[in-house]
Ligand binder design. Structure first.
Ligand SMILES: C[S@@+](CC[C@H](N)C(=O)[O-])C[C@H]1O[C@@H](n2cnc3c(N)ncnc32)[C@H](O)[C@@H]1O
Length: 209
């Protein structure tokens, strides 16, 4: 599912501008991306490295997926592995695909989707897992800490963040991993040579008593 290193490098200038753009501009860009069919290659990701972690940590509970895209996770994750799933994305085109796929897979009772920018989105309830699967690249490094601190309020008592990113030894991805490792309590980290991905499971640091 992951983009090649060359494709990623070519997109870097766009990504830089987009991280700081308004939600309307982000939506325009991502809608155009998904409508073009350019991202159809991510439609089948059944063996994604994040799924075993999601199954382990959601404990058959609730998942909030920030930058959910066209609904892979919501429809490929084992049906019995979760109780409810809410996907958020800036692209209405991606959300329309996600809703259509959810209906086709008979998962409308469990999956729902809402339009929003993860930088400002306010979750409607608490979640057992807050997931960013290949969407953390779209958050500027300077916003990472404060964003995860804000979302910490929306995790259940034993809830965790789960971030999957393809590092490919790229400086910007590795730095994101380092920021998370230094500012949060990492519960589990997996590095997968199969696709060069890193999965981080973490939560806010707990005060020593
Ligand atoms: C590489 S795709 C990953 C999609 C999905 N998580 C997956 O792994 O299949 C990145 C997604 O992040 C979304 N996105 C980018 N910036 C966002 C933002 N600020 N808030 C919410 N979604 C965003 C894009 O629209 C796109 O769907």
């Amino acid at each position: 599912m992951s983009m090649s290193v060359v494709e990623r490098a070519a997109r870097a200038p766009y990504n830089f501008i987009l991280r700081h753009a308004s939600p309307t501009i982000k939506r325009f860009f991502w809608d155009r991306e998904f409508a073009s069919g350019k991202w159809n290659f991510i439609d089948d990701t059944a063996s994604d490295t994040s799924y075993p972690y999601l199954e382990k940590y959601s404990q058959k509970g609730s998942i909030l997926d920030l930058g959910c895209g066209p609904g892979n996770t919501a429809n490929e994750l084992a049906f019995t592995a979760y109780r409810s799933y809410l996907g958020v994305d800036v692209s209405e085109v991606a959300l329309a695909k996600a809703r259509e796929r959810t209906q086709r897979c008979g998962r409308s009772q469990k999956n729902s989707f809402v339009h929003g920018d993860m930088l400002s989105f306010v979750p409607p309830r608490l979640f057992d897992v807050i997931l960013l699967r290949e969407s953390v690249y779209h958050v500027a490094m300077g916003n990472l800490k404060s964003m995860f601190e804000r979302y910490s309020q929306y995790l259940t008592k034993d809830g965790v963040f789960l971030v999957k990113l393809v590092t490919g030894n790229r400086y910007t991805s590795m730095t994101r991993v380092r920021i998370i490792e230094s500012d949060f309590e990492v519960v589990e980290k997996g590095e997968h040579s199969r696709d060069g991905s890193t999965v981080l499971v973490f939560r806010a640091k707990r005060a020593l008593s």
